[in-house]
Ligand binder design. Structure first.
Ligand SMILES: [Zn+2]
Length: 234
């Protein structure tokens, strides 16, 4: 079957995200663009991210039809399909209900780069989708999320969770992990009465090229995969 490498990376992505706290029982999902433009490979519904194996994955067409795989698709597939249709540069998407970002987005405060992690989202920042806190069930809602996202690497879904995107799974997953860390650090600073200082937007754009060039994102991803391998072999 085509897309073998992408599907193996999608399984790793699910496991990495689960280990990093992005699993919400069986909810939250990840997708990667399928070869030949047929749709997206996705985590199926009904299983936790840490449970996913290659045979569990489903190929979802642009209209939501399951084209391959024996499991059911998540109802929120339009998050992934509509963003990928709107953004030809996006090859992978993550949607999770990670607690830090969900709490943070209720504060109506911009995420600012108080640490390395925040610079990853410069210069666009992390826009917030506010039209509904309900599930994203239709193409129209998916289009609205894509419009909020614009050219950013991530968006908050207020009262719901996050969406992160990247050219591939390495970039989309690392964005999700960095966003969680950035939110946790800013929440901690806010709880202590701050933040009072942070990296300027101009400096963050430069700093980002030093702290998160592609090679270092890959190193982070490889480390996370090795960590999972060690845990499964222990
Ligand atoms: Zn959701």
């Amino acid at each position: 079957m085509a897309d073998a490498a992408a599907r193996e990376d999608l399984v790793k992505a699910c496991h990495v995200l689960a280990a990093a706290g992005h699993n919400d029982f069986v909810w939250g999902h990840v997708a990667v663009r399928a070869e030949h433009g047929s749709g997206v490979w996705m985590k199926p519904s009904g299983l936790g991210m840490e449970e996913i194996q290659v045979d569990d994955l489903v190929l979802v067409g642009w209209d939501g039809e399951v084209l391959a795989g024996h499991r059911r698709r998540h109802v929120e597939y339009p998050i992934h399909t509509r963003i990928m249709l709107a953004r030809p540069d996006v090859g992978a998407t993550v949607h999770s209900h990670v607690g830090s970002a969900t709490s943070f987005s209720s504060l109506q405060t911009p995420l600012v780069p108080i640490s390395h992690e925040g610079t990853y989202f410069a210069p666009e920042g992390v826009p917030t989708f506010t039209a509904t806190s309900d599930l994203i069930l239709t193409d129209e809602q998916g289009d609205a999320v894509a419009a909020t996202l614009g050219q950013a690497h991530a968006a908050f879904l207020q009262g719901h969770g996050i969406v992160t995107v990247g050219a591939d799974l390495v970039a989309a997953v690392m964005a999700a992990l960095l966003l969680d860390r950035a939110c946790r650090k800013q929440l901690a600073a806010m709880a202590a009465g701050g933040p009072k200082v942070w990296t300027s937007a101009e400096a963050a754009v430069v700093k980002r090229t030093h702290v998160y060039p592609r090679a270092l994102l890959e190193q982070g991803w490889d480390y996370l995969v090795r960590t999972l391998d060690r845990a499964s072999n222990a």
